[in-house]
Design a protein around this ligand. Structure first.
Ligand SMILES: C[S@@+](CC[C@H](N)C(=O)[O-])C[C@H]1O[C@@H](n2cnc3c(N)ncnc32)[C@H](O)[C@@H]1O
Length: 273
């Protein structure tokens, strides 16, 4: 083989090495999925599962048939997502991806649910796993299966004012650390909150002391290899100050924990009545 051929082969080997294997779904994700058991016919469940090349969320499509989601152990969010949070309320889910939380809100009695995503995940899913997704494919597959009325919009979360409506609950999970302008995102969400409304926020946490008003700044690819979109890690006091900056005085930090070696933080930010 000539030198060019050897180099080309080495290039292919590097490219292959740099792609992560798609992680197996564990029992923990299935337990979370079971809170939204869909109960479809087996043929329909298998068709939907197989129609999407990579799932973010694990859905319980039918008894024993789950989508193989890559999201890890997000069950700690469920404690703040009971029917009391959703029943009769209007809900905005920003960064919805496959829409597990949008569909959960609908199943738990929300009167209207809007799901928003700019489909940034298409880029990092390709970079990390070598899989090219059509934006919204998982969301639409599940929505069709369950006959959901959730409205899906491909827009940036910073542009939610364009929706022209207010929401009693905004779900902002796994996205604040992925935007360049976290104050801009929180301000945009605060602007679409109804009086007395609340943002349920979950994001990447931080290791400095909880009372340090600090935000960690990550190098591209430092948190998840080849994922260039994780910029920040937030401390409780950092989040409280950000809340105050956008006029949300009441910030309750509900939980801080470590998932798969990654710090996470869960908080409620409330608008005045
Ligand atoms: C890590 S996933 C989290 C999905 C889901 N919210 C959850 O926590 O299970 C982040 C999602 O936010 C979306 N996203 C990131 N930045 C966004 C932005 N500026 N506007 C809308 N969606 C965004 C990504 O495309 C992706 O679907």
């Amino acid at each position: 083989m000539n030198e060019i051929g050897v180099e080309a082969l080495a290039g292919v080997a590097n490219a292959v090495e740099s792609i992560e294997p798609i992680p197996e779904t564990s029992g923990a994700e299935r337990v979370i999925a079971d809170v939204l058991a869909i109960g479809a016919r087996v043929e329909d469940a298998e068709r939907v599962r197989d129609s999407v090349p990579l799932w973010f969320h694990t859905f319980a499509l039918a008894p024993g048939i789950y989508t193989p989601g890559i999201a890890r152990a997000h069950g700690y969010r469920l404690g703040v997502l009971g029917a009391d949070r959703f029943a009769g309320r209007s809900v905005l889910d920003v960064g919805a991806f496959d829409g597990f939380y949008s569909f959960l809100a609908e199943a738990r009695g929300a009167r209207r649910v809007v799901a928003v995503d700019n489909e940034q995940y298409v880029d990092w899913v390709r970079a990390r796993f070598g899989v090219t997704l059509t934006g919204g494919v998982g969301f639409r597959a599940v929505a069709g299966l369950i006959g959901s009325r959730v409205e899906y919009r491909r827009i940036d979360a910073l542009e939610v004012r364009e929706l022209g409506e207010r929401f009693e609950v905004v779900l902002c999970f796994g996205i604040l650390h992925r935007v360049r302008n976290p104050i801009g995102l929180l301000r945009a969400l605060a602007d679409v909150l109804a009086p007395g409304g609340e943002i349920v926020l979950e994001t990447y946490g931080s290791h400095p002391a909880a009372n340090a008003p600090a935000i960690e700044v990550h190098e591209p690819g430092e948190v998840y290899a080849r994922d260039e979109f994780v910029y920040w890690g937030f401390s409780p006091e950092g989040l409280r100050r950000l809340g105050r900056i956008v006029g949300l005085e009441e910030v309750e930090v509900v939980d801080e924990l470590e998932i798969d070696g990654h710090p996470r933080i869960l908080a409620l930010l409330r608008a005045a009545d």
